[in-house]
Ligand binder design. Structure first.
Ligand SMILES: [Zn+2]
Length: 149
């Protein structure tokens, strides 16, 4: 599997390979009967734990959940709030949508984002700040750290 790094310093290759495998596996579990567009995500936290997600569509389209947010809420529900990297696998290598960028930025504005083309295996490395410049966040509200309660 080949890859290319863009922008920030390349993350550790073993971690990238692991996350790509996990994201591709999660992609196979996508529930996407309407779009047929399968997406898998794998989120690595600072403790080395991996949390996965897949897109989950709904007949009421606006209820659809993206793989990235499913992985994120799975991590949060397990008590993980300190993240290192997320891999997102889709045909063509889709970057996270705007809603997911905002959602992820709540927890790590500089999160490494690995975008994987599920067809070719090619991937690229980005930072969330690159994908969501001038984000609205805690700073906008005068909060320096995310508060859990
Ligand atoms: Zn999304």
């Amino acid at each position: 599997m080949t890859g290319k790094a863009t922008g920030m310093t390349a993350p550790h290759r073993d971690q990238v390979d692991r996350l790509i495998r996990e994201a591709l596996a999660a992609r196979q579990r996508a529930y996407s009967p309407y779009s047929r567009f399968r997406v898998g995500a794998a989120l690595l936290d600072e403790a080395g734990e991996v949390f996965v997600g897949c897109n989950v569509e709904n007949a009421s389209y606006s209820l659809t959940l993206c793989a990235e947010r499913v992985a994120a809420v799975t991590a949060i529900a397990a008590g993980s709030l300190r993240w290192r990297m997320i891999a997102v696998a889709a045909e063509g290598g889709a970057t996270p949508c705007g809603a997911c960028r905002q959602f992820l930025a709540e927890f790590h504005a500089d999160l490494a984002v690995i975008v994987v083309d599920a067809a070719s295996g090619l991937w690229s490395n980005h930072s969330l700040r690159e994908l969501l410049p001038h984000a609205f966040g805690q700073d906008s509200l005068g909060v320096s750290q995310p508060q859990s309660d």
